[in-house]
Write a protein that binds this ligand. Structure first.
Ligand code: BES
Ligand code: MN
Ligand code: ZN
Length: 508
């Protein structure tokens, strides 16, 4: 794991493999961002010209490497693009810094230690650079054990040491920002590990066991309902989805409580460890990445642990609805009717609409404790990907103000999201001749139909939001910013922010 420290060391004497500086897009070519003064001085104030000669423009995502000037202990200067030059003293914005730090960290695979001299105007900027560096320095090597060469990217390991320059190591706000970046960065990376883990190893019982280990480590309360307990409790949705698999389902309740808590936030995650579609089998081309269908549960898990590590003054209960959706002789069939934990009956018309079935039981279970709010997170529909693309999650809610608050929180932490409606007229498409509701409705607006289905399983009077992260949860393209290929850890930062807002009484 990458270590993160604040330092006031002078750049020339700093022992590191690289010094990272920022370069922005000015009106007349690249400009060197604040933080790089000492480096620029060593080039007699000509660093921008040198960078321009090397082809740098300051565009976001751009990396320019140059040998360090004479007298520097570090051999390499790495200039990372920040995008448009900041207006006077306006700063560069947390997300621009986070992305630039992520790009630099990715360009420094194989290096051990790097000092980041990026423009910091406040403590939050140090947190953003730290977070970006930790998230960029991520690789998933657990299944590449055939010698060192197979580790990391192209045989190279991620940065071991990140030093943040330009901050105030003795300032409490800066220290807190770095501690927060470490907790969020590490837990988010752990969520990525879970998502990237192959489904033959991460089945519901294995996920529950990992949660149990984390609970012990962080002093969390945990309750794991296995198939026997689920049967006894009447969790027909989770049992129905899990019935086709040789690996039985689980419902995990993970609780972090603070003696100073005034609010209780419940988080519910879709944890389908593999979604084959079931009897309504997905065709080839649609199932290769379906190990990512537990990304919601991974995000919820990471958030509860991060809340505990940060000692937030709020109670956070995480519900992980874990099942594997497989076809078999014991699998749920299209036409089956399930009796859900809430008592409602559901006609299963398509076994590939399984996420809403496991979530329905977990939402109802979460509702029994009457939390101040429930937020569920799920890779729920392909329709949401069609609507918003693969970098933006959709937000639905039973309360417009709460939906707005979630959108605002996501934007604040640099996650792309967009508010979506729950049009009442789409409800009748789920009317069933035999049950209270069907698990499928109109094809058009499929993401909203799923949201309307979930709404029926939220307890009366409880504020609820639903995040459909099907798009951003898993990156099938190349890495960008601080986002690697594969599991991204989507929604973790938004959920942590929501927990912080609940702790400070700023969440409705
Ligand atoms: N897990 C999928 C949704 C998904 C698709 C997530 C692609 C990530 C990438 C979900 O269980 C599913 O299969 N949804 C169906 C619902 C339909 C049958 C009503 C879908 O979106 O096609
Ligand atoms: Mn499915
Ligand atoms: Zn699914």
């Amino acid at each position: 794991m990458t270590a993160l420290t604040l330092s006031t060391a002078a750049v020339p004497g700093l022992r590191a493999d690289a010094i990272v500086v920022g370069v922005a897009k000015g009106t007349n070519g690249p400009v060197v961002a604040p933080g790089a003064e000492a480096v620029d001085a060593a080039y007699d104030g000509g660093l921008a010209d040198v960078l321009e000669t090397l082809g740098a423009t300051g565009a976001e995502g751009e990396v320019t490497k140059l040998p360090a000037p004479a007298g520097f202990k570090a051999p390499l200067i790495l200039a990372v693009g920040l995008g448009a030059e900041s207006e006077k003293d306006a700063g560069y914005g947390s997300e621009a810094l986070r992305r630039a730090a992520g790009v630099a960290a990715r360009a420094l695979f194989g290096a051990k230690k790097a000092a980041f001299a990026l423009p910091l105007t406040e403590a939050a900027d140090a947190g953003a650079v730290g977070e970006g560096a930790l998230l960029g320095a991520y690789s998933f090597d657990a299944y590449k054990e055939n010698g060192k060469d197979a580790k990391g990217r192209g045989g190279k390991a991620p940065l071991a040491d990140v030093v943040l320059l330009g901050g105030k190591p003795r300032d409490r706000a800066y220290k807190a920002a770095v501690d927060r970046a470490v907790a969020v960065g590490e837990e988010l990376n752990r969520a990525r590990d879970l998502i990237n883990m192959p489904p033959n190893d991460l089945n519901p019982a294995a996920f529950a066991a990992i949660a149990q280990d984390a609970a012990k480590l962080h002093g969390l309360k945990i309750q794991v309902l296995d198939e026997k307990a689920l049967t006894k409790g009447g969790y027909g949705g989770i049992l129905g989805v899990g019935s086709g698999s040789a690996s039985a389902p689980r419902l995990v309740k993970l609780s972090y409580t603070s003696s100073k808590a005034k609010k209780h936030l419940a988080l519910v995650g879709k944890g389908i460890t593999y979604d084959s579609g079931g009897i309504s089998l997905k065709p080839a081309g649609h199932n290769e990445t379906m190990k990512c269908d537990m990304s919601g549960a991974a995000a919820v898990f990471a958030t509860v642990v991060a809340a505990a590590r940060l000692g937030l003054e709020v109670n956070v209960t995480g519900w992980l609805a874990l099942a594997e959706n497989m076809p078999s002789g014991s699998a749920v069939r299209p036409g089956d009717v399930l009796r859900m934990f809430s008592g409602k009956t559901v006609e299963v018309l398509n076994t590939d609409a399984e996420g809403r079935l496991v979530l329905a039981d977990a939402l109802w279970a979460a509702s029994q404790e009457k939390p101040d709010a429930i937020v569920d997170v799920a890779t729920l529909t392909g329709a949401m990907m069609l609507a918003l693309g693969n970098r933006t999650f959709g937000i639905m809610a039973n309360d417009d103000a709460f939906r707005g608050a979630v959108h605002e929180a996501a934007t604040e932490v640099g996650e792309d999201s967009w508010p979506m409606p729950l049009p009442e007229h789409l409800r009748k498409g789920m009317d069933s001749p035999v049950a209270d509701i069907a698990n499928m409705g109109e094809r058009m607006g499929g993401g909203l139909v799923a949201g309307l289905f979930l709404r029926e399983f939220v307890g009366e009077g409880i504020t609820w939001a639903h995040l459909d992260i099907a798009g951003p949860a898993f990156n099938e393209g190349g890495p960008f910013g601080y986002t690697p290929k594969g599991g991204t850890g989507s929604a973790v930062r938004t959920l942590v922010r929501l927990a912080e807002l609940a702790a400070s009484g700023e969440l409705s």
